[in-house]
Design a protein around this ligand. Structure first.
Ligand code: C5P
Length: 238
């Protein structure tokens, strides 16, 4: 009965009872390559809602301000309403993916310090890579915002890399999105899931994320369920 505010590629955002909150529904849709490749895997939304909620809880426990409030039920998350900043903030610990297509890095080269890359979240322009001057000139964010976003992203990388390592997962790279609350504070929004990260099995370096779908593997849902079981406490999986 709630009003749909926004439909993304894999999530819907509904109004909540309180004006400063929203309900995020994780759908089973999956897309790759700028939305060119599409599919629907039953249970994917539920998996991602559990994984994302767990990772946001870990971040909150470690002092990162996020939009996460509560997992209402599997698949649906109560979150703070944010004014989203149209940036895809990517952190990379290992050179793979689009980085190898664009620059002469060695495949799987360790990136220490990690690389932070900001892309403009804009389908029409195919999410081009930004620099600070372009971002500021476009009015997307201020220099102070960008400095703060970089600082928080590096902290998040440390916290999640450590947490996932204990679960047997290597955090290769990931994408974050930030917004501002009504007081202008920069808050982590969106999701952190196998749709938005590269996770590799720490021992075998096997893909445990959306690359399985990008590469056309048959066992995408098995992989998502495996990651869910690795990250989320058993008692929290219905
Ligand atoms: O494709 P690329 O190598 O640039 O992706 C880097 C990381 O950002 C990957 O973990 C990927 O899943 C994530 N990403 C994303 N949404 C995008 C682009 C990248 O979640 N639109």
């Amino acid at each position: 009965s709630k009003k749909l505010m926004y439909a993304g590629k894999a999530k819907d955002i509904y109004e909540a009872e309180d004006d400063d909150k929203v309900i995020v529904i994780f759908r089973d849709d999956i897309t790759a390559g700028d939305g060119e490749k599409k599919a629907n895997f039953q249970g994917k939304g539920n998996c991602n809602s559990l994984i994302s909620s767990k990772l946001f809880e870990v971040l909150e426990e470690n002092g990162i301000p996020t939009h996460y409030l509560d997992l209402i039920e599997t698949g649906s998350v109560l979150s703070k309403k944010l004014q989203m900043i149209p940036l895809e903030v990517i952190a990379r610990n290992i050179a793979t993916g689009s980085l190898l297509k664009r620059f002469p890095f060695e495949k799987n080269q360790k990136l220490d310090p990690p690389i932070i890359q900001m892309d403009y979240k804009n389908d029409e322009y195919h999410d081009p890579m930004l620099n600070d001057e372009i971002t500021i000139a476009l009015g997307i964010a201020t220099q102070e915002d960008l400095d703060e976003i970089r600082k928080i992203t590096l902290k998040i990388n440390n916290i999640l890399s450590e947490f996932l390592k204990e679960k047997g997962i290597l955090l290769v790279d990931f994408k974050l999105e930030f917004g501002k609350d009504s007081e202008g504070n920069i808050i982590l929004g969106d999701e952190i899931s196998p749709d938005t990260c590269r996770y590799w099995d720490i021992k075998t370096l096997e893909t445990l994320d959306k690359d399985s779908f990008r590469q056309g593997q048959e066992n995408v849902m098995d992989i998502y369920e495996q990651v869910c079981a690795m990250i989320v406490d058993e008692k929290d999986i219905e």
